[in-house]
Design a protein around this ligand. Structure first.
Ligand code: MEV
Length: 338
């Protein structure tokens, strides 16, 4: 049995705009998806997902996800989860040149599905890593990140950047601009996450931004302005002491940029009342800054606050189902057992 895990992530800056070639800075967080893979003698694939922040479900299929499993959870979330696992299987078979390889796969995840914390990327990265290892054909990290990107690209109808999958593979903070992906130094930022208990549909949200951007010059300018925010944020991080504690001044400057970034994402129509309520609760509690993270529409916000005020305020916010601190995950994909 081959077992790999990969971390989720938050976007410090740049989601959505990264799809159009602007830079983005996601950072991996210590919440992981763990995928166990055992090769089978036939070409079937059996997937058991015990903890995708859904009731556990098991589904067996032989290469496609057309059959709907009989489970008591949102079909779109199950479809989404199964679509990513299916795409990961296809990439692993291609990479290992084993088109008929069958697998028993178990997915366990501490990352809520579709909530902006990179659950799909983590499952895809850990899944391809574990499956190629099970076939005796492990991939180096760059190829793994590339295969994982192709899997997301396929599931999201060609509307995906390399940001989530690269960050989950490499860990730490990364910079992504088009096909250019690099790790960057970052201090240990005090991330606080607020989760509204819901999820957004990434493909639909990305398509919405695309339509706005094509229709209005000012929406295209908004996307470009997010790129400017990211470049300013990158300069701040480049001047900061790598690893170690960030200064108050740096937190204040990064927070201001996060607030701006949230405003522009809201203008592009990807925020939600619940996300705005959590962003304001965090700011009112004294967070240096707060913004939605990921595709939006529901899910999570990320705030910067080294103290207890923001997690406490979020836990008393009606729209917040869960509030927690998230540490930067310096390690990306890792082998848990082989
Ligand atoms: C989703 O986590 C981030 C988006 O920018 C889409 C992508 O980069 O693939 C909205």
């Amino acid at each position: 049995m081959s077992v790999s895990s990969a971390p989720g992530k938050v976007y410090l800056f740049g989601e959505h705009a990264v799809v159009y070639g602007e830079p983005a800075v996601p950072a991996a967080i210590e919440r992981r998806a763990r995928v166990s893979v055992e090769s089978r003698a036939d070409d079937h694939v059996r997937v058991t997902a015990e903890d995708l922040s859904l009731d556990g479900f098991t589904v067996e299929y032989s290469g496609g996800t057309d059959e709907h499993p009989d489970v008591d959870v949102s079909p779109s979330l199950v479809d989404a989860a199964m679509g990513y696992v299916d795409a990961a299987v296809r990439q692993a078979r291609l990479a290992a040149d084993a088109p008929d390889a069958g697998f028993d796969i178990t997915v366990e995840s501490e990352i809520p599905l579709g909530a902006g914390l990179g659950s799909s990327a983590a499952v895809v990265v850990a899944g391809i890593d574990a499956a190629t290892r099970a076939l005796g054909e492990p991939l180096d990290r760059r190829e793994l990140a590339d295969r994982a990107y192709r899997a997301e690209f396929e599931v999201q109808d060609g509307q995906a950047s390399r940001a989530d999958t690269f960050c989950s593979t490499i860990g730490g903070a990364v910079r992504v601009e088009g096909d250019d992906c690099e790790p960057i130094d970052a201090p240990s930022l005090p991330f606080v996450i607020g989760f509204d208990g819901g999820a957004g549909d990434t493909a639909e949200l990305v398509a919405g931004v695309r339509a706005l951007r094509e229709e209005h010059g000012f929406a295209a300018d908004t996307v470009a302005s997010i790129g400017d925010i990211v470049r300013t944020g990158e300069d701040l991080l480049a001047d900061a002491v790598p690893s170690g504690e960030p200064s108050r001044e740096l937190l204040a400057e990064l927070g201001e940029l996060m607030n701006f970034n949230h405003g522009l994402l809201a203008a592009l129509g990807v925020s939600a009342r619940s996300l705005d309520a959590m962003v304001w609760a965090a700011r009112d509690a004294g967070a240096h800054g707060a913004k939605l993270t990921g595709a939006g529409g529901g899910g999570c916000i990320v705030a910067l606050d080294p103290g207890e005020e923001t997690p406490t305020a979020l836990s008393f916010t009606r729209d917040c189902a869960d509030a927690f601190r998230a540490e930067l995950a310096t390690e990306g994909v890792r082998v848990e057992a082989s």
